[in-house]
Write a protein that binds this ligand. Structure first.
Ligand code: HEC
Ligand code: HEC
Ligand code: HEC
Length: 144
C-alpha cells in the first residue's frame, strides 16, 4: 500500500514539474507581432528573431566607419516593412513591431533619437501642391 502511495506521489510530482512551465508561460503576455510586408524578411525569420541586433550593429559600423552603404540590412528597410498598420510606426506604441519584444525583454533602444520610426512619405501626386487648371492655364499666371 505504501508503495502505491509513493508511486502516485512521484507521478503527481513529475506531472507537476512538467505542467508548471506551461502554466507560467500562460500567465505572461507574449508579444503579438504584426506580420511584415512582402513575402519574407531580409534573412530567415528564425535568424532575424535571434540575430537582428548583430545585423543592425554591423551594418551601422560599416556605414559609419567605412562609408559602405548597402540597403539589404538597412534600418530604413526594417521600418518600411514593419511599420504598424495602426500607428504607421515601428516604435510609437508598445504593440509596434520594434517595441513589442523589447518591452517584453526589457530592451531599450536609443536608435529612435536619431532614426525615423516611420517610413519616409512617398511623394504622391496627391501630396503635390494643387495647381488649378485655371491658374496654370492663364498667361502671366493671372487670377480669374
Ligand atoms: C546620435 C544619433 C544616432 C543614434 C542614437 C543612432 N544612429 Fe544610426 N545613424 C546615425 C547617422 C547620422 C547615420 C548615418 C546617416 C545615414 O546613413 O542615414 C546612421 C546610420 C545607421 C545605419 C545605416 C543606415 C541605415 O538606414 O540603415 C544603421 C543600420 C543604423 N544607423 C542603426 C542604428 C541603430 C540600430 C541604432 C540604435 C541601437 C542607431 N542607429 C542609433 C545616427 C544615429
Ligand atoms: C521586404 C520587407 C521586410 C524588410 C525590409 C524587413 N522585414 Fe523583417 N519580416 C518581414 C516579413 C514578411 C516577416 C515575417 C516572415 C515570416 O513570417 O516568416 C518578417 C519577420 C521579422 C522578424 C521575426 C518576427 C516574428 O514573428 O518573430 C524580425 C525580428 C524581423 N523581421 C526584423 C527585421 C529587421 C530588424 C529588419 C531590418 C534589418 C527587417 N526585419 C526588414 C519583412 C521584412
Ligand atoms: C521577436 C522579438 C523582437 C523583435 C520583433 C525585435 N526585437 Fe530587437 N531585440 C529582441 C531581443 C530579445 C533583444 C535583446 C537580445 C540580447 O540582449 O541579446 C533585442 C535587441 C535589439 C538591439 C540591441 C540592443 C542593445 O542595446 O544591444 C537592437 C539594436 C534591436 N533589437 C533592434 C530592433 C529593431 C530596429 C526592431 C524592429 C525592426 C527589433 N529590434 C524588433 C527582440 C526583438
Amino acid at each position: 500500500m505504501r508503495e502505491i502511495i509513493r508511486a502516485w506521489g512521484l507521478t503527481a510530482l513529475l506531472a507537476g514539474l512538467l505542467l508548471a512551465p506551461a502554466g507560467v508561460m500562460a500567465g505572461v503576455e507574449k508579444p503579438v507581432l504584426e506580420r511584415g510586408k512582402g513575402e519574407r524578411c531580409v534573412e530567415d525569420t528564425e535568424y532575424m528573431r535571434r540575430y537582428h541586433m548583430q545585423l543592425l550593429k554591423h551594418h551601422r559600423d560599416d556605414t559609419m566607419r567605412r562609408g559602405i552603404r548597402t540597403t539589404k540590412h538597412s534600418l530604413k528597410g526594417c521600418v518600411e516593412c514593419h511599420a504598424s498598420s495602426k500607428t504607421g510606426s515601428v516604435a510609437s506604441s508598445k504593440e509596434d513591431f520594434c517595441m513589442a519584444c523589447h518591452v517584453y525583454a526589457s530592451v531599450k533602444l536609443d536608435c529612435w533619437d536619431c532614426h525615423a520610426t516611420k517610413p519616409m512619405k512617398k511623394t504622391t501626386p496627391a501630396a503635390m501642391p494643387r495647381l488649378s487648371p485655371l491658374t496654370v492655364g492663364l498667361p502671366g499666371g493671372q487670377q480669374p
